[in-house]
Design a protein around this ligand. Structure first.
Ligand code: PBG
Length: 355
């Protein structure tokens, strides 16, 4: 084989490369045009992959944009019917609800009140769009005055648990409240309950509570693998659920751990979870993939959380990235990693772009 010395551009364009591969494997053949690329595309996004989060507040005529989450609002109940209709029109089948109560207290009483904010929201949405799948987040943090996801070990001199520190999120006392909340959501008409507190035994407790109240048909979407993440920052502004002191590291997972994630998922599967979730999504695509492979029988959701959304919106607003392209790329990545369902604040935009 002789090698031609290229001296001009014409030489380059007319020469046959000396490096032609003998068996001529050329992946580029299948990338020649849009039709060919569409034929061999392995992952397809569709609006029915999405669950759209909604924040609901007391009052009327409220549509408050969240500062750190452009395009995401806190809604009052009277605005929900219209919003639910616009979501349904985009063929998005499901929403997940987060409520901001009128008042907060140590246990979070409004969380399981029949006229609580989420209970009202469920009824309003089911009334306006009966076929909409309404998922409710089951946790204490938005409802408690201390902002923690459970009942606290606190009391002057007489803490409920003598051997655990002051302010510790008590496990088993919290389970009773979670079961109560899940039942009240089901009574209001919720289609799926989604416990998000990473309290040990939460799925079993909620299953037992639902079954004892004739809600044996209501599925549990467990936030089985939820990391103690900095990416929840904007959500805590939207849902007003930031802890008043300390953090969530005694119950949410250490971002460094992957094997432990499979242990968490296995426990929830045993307790009867119907769907599993990994949260956040983008820094944990490996966890999504491993969970998909280890638990192929269960549908898997991933939560593309508030901080992930905020970063994309901020960069797009600065003109630093092409928002549509980046959003569709990252949602495709989450699905390719193994998620069947994606909870995402981009859902409405993405559904429009896919069309
Ligand atoms: C807890 C809950 C949180 C999120 C969903 N459910 C906050 C937390 O664990 O601190 C975060 C979602 C997001 O950041 O988009 N109720």
């Amino acid at each position: 084989m002789t090698m031609t010395r290229l001296t001009t551009e014409t030489d380059l364009l007319t020469s046959h490369s000396a490096f032609r591969t003998p068996n001529s494997i050329r992946p580029r053949r299948l990338r020649l045009n849009p039709a060919m690329r569409a034929m061999v595309r392995e992952t397809q996004l569709a609006p029915d992959d999405f669950i759209y989060p909604l924040f609901v507040v007391h009052g009327s005529h409220v549509q408050n944009e969240i500062g750190s989450m452009p395009g995401v609002y806190q809604w009052s109940i009277d605005n929900l019917a219209r919003e639910a209709e616009s979501i349904a029109k985009l063929n998005i089948p499901a929403v997940i609800l987060f409520g901001i109560p009128a008042e907060k207290d140590p246990v979070g009483l409004e969380n399981f009140a029949s006229d609580g904010i989420v209970q009202q929201a469920v009824r309003a949405i089911k009334n306006a769009v009966p076929e909409m799948v309404v998922v409710t987040d089951v946790c204490l943090c938005e409802y408690t005055d201390h902002g923690h996801c459970g009942v606290l070990n606190t009391g002057n001199g007489s803490r409920p648990h003598p051997h655990l520190p002051e302010g510790y999120v008590l496990n088993d006392q919290t389970l009773d409240v979670l079961a109560e909340v899940a039942v009240s959501h089901a009574e209001a008409g919720a289609d799926i309950v989604a416990p998000s507190g990473m309290i040990d035994g939460m799925v079993a407790a909620i299953r037992a509570g639902l079954d004892a109240n004739r809600f044996e048909h209501i599925p549990i979407l467990s936030y089985a693998i939820k990391y103690a993440s900095g990416f929840y920052g904007p959500f805590r502004e939207a849902a007003q659920g930031a802890p008043k002191f300390g953090d969530r590291k005694t119950h949410q997972m250490d971002p460094a751990n992957a094997r432990e994630a499979l242990r968490e998922a296995a426990l929830d599967v045993n307790e009867g979870a119907d769907l599993l979730m990994v949260k956040p999504a983008l820094p944990y695509l490996d966890i999504i993939r491993q969970t998909r492979d280890q638990f192929p029988q269960l549908p898997l959701a991933a939560y593309n959380v508030s901080g992930e959304y905020a970063m994309v919106k901020a960069a797009a607003r600065n003109g630093w990235i092409d928002e549509e392209r980046v959003v569709l790329e990252l949602l495709t990545g989450i699905k390719r990693a193994g998620a069947d369902l994606i909870i995402t604040y981009h859902a409405k935009d993405a559904a429009q772009w896919i069309k």
